[in-house]
Design a protein around this ligand. Structure first.
Ligand SMILES: Nc1ncnc2c1ncn2[C@@H]1O[C@H](COP(=O)(O)OP(=O)(O)O)[C@@H](O)[C@H]1O
Ligand SMILES: N[C@@H](CCC(=O)OP(=O)(O)O)C(=O)O
Length: 368
């Protein structure tokens, strides 16, 4: 019996591509590539999210300069071509490179465009190979790790499963590289703080970046969109044979059976709030129904700069996060109307302009 997936995202960590940080090695990629080929032959579409550009490009630069940000970006640029060429050589079908930043994914129009490009490539049986566009990112613009990126991609691609290939067998109850008695968790159906507490970071000075924490974050994003998520050991061929047999070779995070709608998931997990609207601590309206709208008289403060259509966070004065929603007002207009002494004017203005936030594009943060 095999898994009945229509579409999977396979994420491959740096240690598998560039184990020694001297260019790329196809040593561990062969069994992953074979898995991709077999999935496609079984009718399962595959999207590949591949790390490794920084590690692969590292050997072009001297050790003393590698901590400089500009050099890291240069390493990524130099390693990216090598990484793509290495993957491309392993397939007898075409592949395509997509480089993304968080700024692309959190912009709804660009996000839709990314989705359409992925679907078009898959329709034409071209393998999309995705990585973060490290060369152009700043702290504000980047996702920062490919675990979270792969979950955002899996949601954008409407995947059924996300397979995160790492250098360990899965999630252990503590870091197996530091504790000999660490136990592998093969099944996780609820990602709560106790699961996050098990996760340590990546090995200091090692090849990977995120460690287990970012993999759990990725799993949380993916399962809430109905995507079964696996953390598996990408070093061994057995992993992929087991997956093809419908078995779990590592840690399986169970998908929610009532996944969030695509646009709500995007708002909750991919879009960044460009600003904040602060309301009183005793604010009680649900904000999700037409009857319970946010009005300017309830706003204490407006923070940040945002435009019509941007995502904003509505939170209470005491810090409680209420909702993330699409703003129908710019920050400038909202500041103006919220600071109006003439309440009648404000009410009339809102009546004409419409609700402050959209109740169609809203993610409730209190329920989760
Ligand atoms: N609870 C845990 N279970 C498994 N691995 C853990 C755990 N805590 C920390 N780790 C570390 O996370 C590493 C995998 O993450 P990372 O190095 O970022 O790999 P990748 O390149 O695959 O993203 C493991 O090698 C291990 O050292
Ligand atoms: N964009 C980076 C990916 C960094 C990253 O997340 O690495 P990893 O923890 O190995 O998945 C690169 O290509 O090197």
């Amino acid at each position: 019996m095999s898994y009945n997936w229509k579409r999977v995202v396979v994420k491959v960590g740096s240690a598998l591509i560039s184990p020694n940080k001297i260019g790329c090695s196809s040593h561990y990629l062969l069994s992953i590539a074979q898995f991709i080929v077999k999935c496609r032959a079984m009718g399962t579409q595959v999207v590949l999210v591949s790390s490794g550009s920084v590690a692969a490009g590292a050997h072009q630069f001297s050790d003393h300069e590698k901590s400089e940000i500009a050099v890291k970006k240069a390493m990524a640029a130099a390693g990216q071509t090598e990484m793509i060429a290495t993957w491309d050589r392993l397939f007898d079908f075409p592949s395509a490179q997509i480089l993304l930043t968080h700024a692309d994914l959190r912009d709804r129009e660009r996000y839709i465009s990314i989705r359409e490009t992925i679907f078009s490539l898959l329709e034409h049986e071209i393998l999309p190979i995705i990585n973060e566009n490290d060369t152009v990112t700043t702290d504000k613009l980047k996702v920062g790790d490919n675990d979270n990126l792969s979950a955002m991609v899996a949601a954008a691609a409407d995947a059924d499963a996300l397979i995160i290939c790492s250098d360990v067998d899965g999630l252990y109850d503590k870091n197996p590289n530091e504790h000999d008695d660490a136990k592998l968790l093969s099944w996780v159906d609820n990602i709560d703080q106790s699961i996050y507490d098990m996760a340590g970071g990546a090995v200091a000075g090692g090849v990977g970046t995120g460690g287990m924490r970012t993999k759990i974050e990725a799993a949380e994003k993916a399962v809430s969109h109905g995507i079964d998520t696996f953390i598996v050991n990408g070093f061994t061929e057995t992993t992929f044979n087991l997956l093809l047999d419908g078995k779990n070779p590592g840690t399986h995070f169970q998908a929610h059976d009532k996944p969030m709608k695509e646009n709500i998931h995007w708002m909750r997990h991919t879009s960044n709030a460009q600003g904040e609207v602060i309301v009183e601590s005793d604010f009680a309206a649900s904000l999700e129904s037409e009857a319970e709208q946010l009005t300017s008289s309830e706003i204490i403060d407006v923070k940040g700069e945002f435009s019509v259509g941007d995502t904003i966070l509505v939170r209470k004065d005491d810090g409680t996060k209420l909702v993330k929603a699409r703003s129908n007002y710019s920050s400038c207009l909202l500041n103006f109307i919220a600071k109006q002494d003439n309440e009648e004017f404000a009410q009339e203005f809102e009546k004409k302009t419409g609700p402050i936030i959209s109740n169609k594009h809203i993610a409730n943060l209190e329920k989760e």
